[in-house]
Structure formats: C-alpha cells, structure tokens
Design a protein around this ligand. Sequence first.
Ligand SMILES: *[C@@H]1O[C@H](CO)[C@@H](O)[C@H](O)[C@H]1NC(C)=O
Length: 220
Amino acid sequence: MLVHHWIMLCLSCTLCGADFDSETEVGKFLRHLEVIPDIIETGPQEFLNVTYLGSIEADRAVELQPMQVRDEPYVAWNAPMTNYYTLLMIDPDAPSAQQPSAREFLHWMVLNIPGNQLIMGDVRVGYVGAIPASGSGMHRYVFLLYRQRDYCKFNFPKLPKHILTGRSNFKSMEFAKRYKLGYPVAGNVFTAGWSTDVPALYDSISQGAHQKETHKNLET
Ligand SMILES: *[C@@H]1O[C@H](CO)[C@@H](O)[C@H](O)[C@H]1NC(C)=O
C-alpha cells in the first residue's frame, strides 16, 4: 500500500515536471508572478510589447509610476491582418493583493482588432491607468492578448474612459471561454503602487465624468 502511494507520488511529480519544462518562458514567468493560476490557466507563447510615453517598457513586472502609465501605451505584436485579436488589461489585485475582492478590475478592453492595428479595434472599455488606493500595496497590471477565431459580436457594455463602475469582478478566463478565445497568445505585466500623484489622477478621471454630465445637461 505504502509502495503504491510512493509510486503514485513519483508519477505525479514526473508529470508536473514535464508540464513545467514544456512551458514557455512567458508561462514560467507568469507562474512565478502567480498570474497563473490567479487569472489564466496556461501561459502565452510570447511577451507582449507594451511601451508607455514612447520609451518606458511595461515588461516583466517592472515597477512603474502611476503618472507614467496615465495614458494608453503603444502595444505591438506580430500578426497577419487576416486574424482578429482581443486585448485586455486587468488588475487582479483590486482593491489589494491581500483582499482581492474586486478581482479582476478591467483597465482596458479592445475587441476585434484587425491584425496588430490596435487603433482600428473596438475600444469596449476605455483605458484607465494605475490608480491603486493608498496602503493597498503593489498591484499587478496584466496585459493579455487573445487571437479570435473570427470577427465576433461581443455582448459587453461600452464603458468610457472616465467610468469606473462596471469594471470590477471581471473574469478573463470566463470571458475567453465564452467567446472561444482559447489561451492568450501574448502577455506582459507591470507593477505599481500608490504614489502622491494618485489622488490627482483619480480626480481627473472623475472630472472627465462630470464634464460629460454638464455637457449632457447643456444639450437637453
Ligand atoms: C518587441 O520588442 C523586442 C525587444 O525590444 C523587439 O526585438 C521586437 O521586434 C518587438 N516586436 C514587435 C512586434 O514590435
């Protein structure tokens, strides 16, 4: 009986070992960051090129300042124009890594991107940079790129840049399953924590919402 258990244990070790060995560099890295299994099951094949302000690379969990990531990054990947892609940016550590009750918070969602022409995609959820709460520790900001099977009608509400509601408790894995996106083909991560700029960044987002309201009132 004991021998039997021992053999079973060995077998499962070997299987796990083989699994880790066959994993890509990106996969290993995301497992190290616990993005696997917190958000996805299987690692992508490639690191996604994400660049802020022309030269700041959001790569391999580098720590960036909320001010540096205020505006959309430039995102690059190799893709034939014959495929459509979905890009997600999420924070699994919302409101904090210790108590991630809002996991995952959606920062950006662009759908039906033809090839690598991000600008031609459908921005379903407008970009919001890192605005971690004071005392909430470091957050992981994760970019995931999925190759769609085809052009797809996604049933997800359009959330403008300045709207923060409706972004919490998103589940990348469920979304990918629902729209048959498979595993992400590329991904990357940066990290950020609170800084003295965050209150102003937060205000500028909510001011955007107020301006929109005022505008609406003037129109009616
Ligand atoms: C991504 O970045 C690497 C390193 O800077 C570069 O060699 C590669 O060409 C880039 N890929 C794309 C698709 O821009």
